[in-house]
Structures are given as structure tokens and as C-alpha cells.
Design a protein around this ligand. Structure first.
Ligand code: ZN
Ligand code: ZN
Length: 353
């Protein structure tokens, strides 16, 4: 059980308790999906606190912790009921707690020694179990069905923003809770800006169109990018597309648990650099994904984390040529000891509409 895992971490840190306030981590630990709550895990017990809006939901969802719905300040209740203990060392998520919040904690528990613990659950959360992978596949399937739908919709004259609206609508219609980020639809020269918001520019014949989208199902995210052409895009665009595709394939071929993030990034980056477009690949190769669409580990030339077994990461190389076009291709994979499992099945040969 995940609470046991947290209790093992407490022992490693030599702490009596941990206060978890980062909601994706609380979701991971006890299953709560609401927008307000905190979790206290002690060596021999666990307490989940939320407000009255979530009373019914908390009782339905929370596993492994006693549920408290005080009807007033959660921290005040934790103090009154001594849920954290009254003294000893307590860890807090220093990468998610504001200075003001910490002051409040110190005031409510004057005899507790507060110990900052950044990235407390990062490694544990990264390693997905089979049920989590199933949920991610469900999200990915919806995104792929939306992509299929878009192939019948994208044509000269439609605006990027209309396509983006359709992406949101079709994801919700297909069973997603919400989109995992504002969709990116970037056509022609707009595609050279990797994270541009969709504009009112109409898509034109000859455009390369970068589409990056995803959704949440049961709290788990999908994320997929495909680049397609609207009528013949020309020789340079075809060449660049093939380079990005080869770079992604090289990274997929070498992806496995135990590699460093820098090493995996280099697998794709080398292909793009050798083709002369190194400067045009202006971002990291990928990122961890799960209960958050962007989570640890970052697959980057700037980081040297060792990729853990069963971590889900994106592989998304791109080439961006200012005033011309951009190309990015993104899959989600799960790292295994001997390779990877690709959760993304959408086609990758260049589609010319
Ligand atoms: Zn993406
Ligand atoms: Zn991504």
C-alpha cells in the first residue's frame, strides 16, 4: 500500500510524520481527487482532512487514511486533535508550501521541528503500477480518437482556434474529465513557436500544422503531438519531418530504465545535430507524465537523473525554423528494464491532407 511506502520514507528521513499538501501527491497516496485537502502520515497512522464540500467524495475515494471533515480550518483541526503529534520532527513539502503557509504551521504547532523535504514523493510517484498505466492508456486512446476526428476537419480556411475548440470539445465528449493543457494548434510559420496559443490565422494550403494535445482520465494525463501537412508542403518540410521522425525513433530505440536523462536526450539530439538543425531543437526531449502532465523526470541535456523502471515519459523532439514552419512528434512511453512500452499508437508517417 502506498501509505506503507510513505511510512518507509519517514523512517529513512528519521521523522515522526509528514504533512502532504501537494494534491497530486495526496491523490497518489490515498486516491482523493478534490481540490482541497491535506494528508498527515505518521509512523503508525494516517489522517486525511478536507472541507465540507468534499465530505461525501472523501468518504467514497479515500483509502488508507482516517477521514476528517472538521468544518473549520484544516490545520486548526490537526492541532486541536494532535493529529501531527505535539513534538518531534515533521516533514513538509518545501517545494509546494508558501512562506506564509509555513509561518501558519509554525504558529499552530510551536513545539514541532519542521523539516523541509523537497521532492519527497517524486521518485515513488514516477514509478507507475499496472493500474496507473491502464488509466494513462485510456487517456491516450481518447486523444488518439480526437486526432482521427481532426483529420476530417482540418482544411484550408479553418482557423487554428477553431481546431483548438474542437480538440477541447471532442476530448470531453470522448470521456475525458478535462484537457491536460490548452491545446496547441500552430500552422505554417506559427509552428516555429513551440508553445504558441492558437491564433485566428486560417490554415492554408502548403502549411505544416503542429498539434499538441492531451486530457485527464481518472486524474491521469495523456500528451501527444503530431505534425501534418495540408496539401503538399514542399521538399524542405518533408526532409525536416523525416529528421524529427528519425530522431524520435533513435530515442525510442535506446530508451530503457537505468539510462540517464541526458543520455536519452542525446540519442535524439545527435540525429538532429548531425543533420545540421541542432540550434533549431530548442527544448528538452521530454518529461515525466502521470497525475501531472509535466512531472519528474525531465528528459533533458541539463539533467542527469537516472530513469527509474516503470516511469512514464514523453519523447518529443522538434525542429523549429523561424518564419517557415515547425515539426514535433511526441509519444508517451513507459520505461522497462530492457526497453520501453509505447502508449501512443497514432500514425507517424507524414499525413498530407
Ligand atoms: Zn505535448
Ligand atoms: Zn509533452
Amino acid at each position: 500500500m502506498r501509505i506503507d511506502r510513505i511510512q518507509e520514507l519517514l523512517a529513512t528521513h528519521g521523522a515522526e510524520a509528514v504533512l502532504l499538501t501537494f494534491l497530486p501527491d495526496v491523490h497518489w497516496a490515498v486516491g482523493f481527487t478534490g481540490s482541497n485537502g491535506l494528508l498527515i502520515v505518521r509512523r503508525d497512522s494516517a489522517h486525511f482532512l478536507t472541507d465540507r464540500r468534499y465530505e461525501v467524495q472523501a468518504h467514497q475515494e479515500v483509502r488508507g487514511a482516517e477521514v476528517h471533515v472538521p468544518g473549520y480550518e484544516l490545520i486548526e483541526h490537526a492541532a486541536k486533535e494532535s493529529l501531527l503529534g505535539t513534538s518531534g520532527t515533521v516533514l513538509f513539502q518545501s517545494d509546494h508550501v508558501s512562506v506564509a503557509h509555513l509561518e501558519k504551521l509554525k504558529a499552530a504547532f510551536p513545539d514541532v521541528i519542521w523539516l523541509p523535504a523537497a521532492a519527497f514523493l517524486t521518485g515513488a510517484v514516477a514509478q507507475k503500477d499496472p493500474s496507473e498505466i491502464e488509466q494513462m492508456k485510456a487517456a491516450q486512446h481518447i486523444t488518439e480518437a480526437v486526432f482521427e476526428h481532426l483529420l476530417g476537419l482540418i482544411r484550408p480556411g479553418i482557423t487554428e482556434r477553431e481546431v483548438a475548440a474542437e480538440i477541447v470539445y471532442q476530448h470531453l465528449r470522448g470521456g475525458a474529465e478535462r484537457v491536460s493543457f490548452d491545446p496547441i494548434v500552430a500552422a505554417g510559420p506559427n509552428g516555429a513557436l513551440p508553445h504558441l496559443r492558437p491564433t485566428i490565422r486560417t490554415i492554408q494550403a502548403g502549411d505544416m500544422v503542429v498539434i499538441d494535445m492531451g486530457c485527464y482520465v481518472d486524474g491521469y494525463a495523456s500528451d501527444m503531438t503530431r505534425t501534418l501537412a495540408v496539401s503538399e508542403p514542399g521538399a524542405e518540410a518533408r526532409r525536416v519531418y523525416q529528421i524529427v521522425r528519425d530522431a524520435q525513433q533513435r530515442a525510442l530505440d535506446s530508451a530503457r530504465a537505468g539510462l540517464t536523462t541526458k543520455h536519452l536526450d542525446a540519442a535524439a539530439r545527435d540525429v538532429i545535430e548531425q543533420a545540421g538543425y541542432g540550434e533549431a531543437f530548442s527544448h528538452s526531449l521530454g518529461h515525466g507524465i502521470g497525475l501531472q502532465v509535466h512531472e519528474w523526470p525531465r528528459v533533458s541535456y541539463l539533467t542527469e537523473d537516472v530513469l527509474p523502471e516503470n516511469a512514464a515519459v514523453t519523447i518529443e523532439p522538434g525542429i523549429y525554423l523561424p518564419d517557415k514552419f515547425g515539426v514535433r512528434i511526441e509519444d508517451v512511453i513507459v520505461l522497462r528494464a530492457e526497453g520501453h512500452e509505447n502508449l501512443t499508437g497514432a500514425p507517424k508517417d507524414l499525413i498530407v491532407l
